[in-house]
Ligand binder design. Structure first.
Ligand code: LIP
Length: 256
């Protein structure tokens, strides 16, 4: 039942963003930072997702990017990004998705990420592996960081610091390592899980950006920690996901 509702809610959100995609005069407002949009599609997708969840589980806790926390005294929490990759969406770049995770008693047990524009539906359940459109997926076996293809992202409100995003990315590009910036943490994580990327890191993402992709990477045989190598928590900002083999090399390079 939980899985079916998660799939139904994810599909409901995806149907909405497909409807709004490439809409002329999309209503857009800006949150904090230079260009951190929320569109009418974000709020409509969130509404459609809520309707499905509330129909089946009216007493579950919901944490969503646009509406925040709707606290309930339940051990189940739905962590929702109605459009991850909102800038891409607003620009008409079809690299964006709906991302929903289910947490039970503080542990992420299920995650779904759907990019309807590439017809790619990622899903994982704790202990049962990860799939792309129903087919099992697995991280790469690459062991040479110099031959890796990695992804990263940058926060809307940049903060200069000793090992900030600009400093970190320089340690890869100055050594000729391939770096991509997709603009969606959820898809960055799913592409690590699917073996398209060998690793992904970012200094500051939100719980709703990373929660579903986190379990999808883990169930695909990958490793996910914070940027100090500690076990990842969706409630702290830094993330490093890898094929496991490259994890220590990634940490060493970021902190070089
Ligand atoms: C985005 C993340 C991305 C990050 C962007 C933004 P949004 O989430 O998925 O990884 O680099 O700055 O936070 O705002 O599109 O839901």
């Amino acid at each position: 039942m939980l899985k079916n509702v998660l799939l139904e809610a994810t599909e409901a959100g995806a149907k909405v963003i497909q409807y709004y995609f490439n809409t002329k005069n999309l209503q857009i407002s800006n949150k904090e930072g230079a260009y951190n949009p929320v569109t009418e599609a974000d709020t409509a997708s969130e509404k459609a997702i809520f309707e499905v969840i509330r129909k089946h589980f009216p007493d579950h806790f919901i944490l969503s990017e646009e509406s925040g926390e709707m606290e309930q005294a339940s051990e189940y929490k739905w962590i929702i990004d109605p459009i991850d990759g909102t800038v891409n969406f607003a620009q008409g770049i079809p690299v964006c998705c709906v991302s929903i995770a289910v947490e039970k008693a503080g542990e992420i047990i299920m995650g779904a990420v759907y990019n309807p524009f590439m017809n790619e539906f990622y899903f994982a359940e704790k202990g049962k592996g990860a799939t792309l459109n129903g087919e099992q997926i697995h991280v790469t076996k690459k062991a040479d960081l110099n031959k890796a293809c990695i992804a990263t992202g940058f926060p809307y409100n940049y903060v200069e610091s000793e090992n900030d995003p600009l400093t970190s990315i320089g340690k890869f590009i100055k050594n000729g390592i391939s770096v991509r910036r997709l603009g969606s943490a959820a898809l960055d994580l799913c592409w690590v899980a699917a073996g398209r990327l060998d690793a992904y890191y970012e200094h500051k993402i939100h719980s709703w950006d990373g929660a579903a992709g986190y379990i999808i990477v883990k169930e695909a045989g990958g490793k996910v920690t914070d940027l100090q190598g500690n076990e990842y928590s969706v409630y702290q900002p830094g993330i490093l996901a890898s094929n496991t083999i490259l994890h220590e090399d990634m940490l060493a390079r970021i902190h070089q």
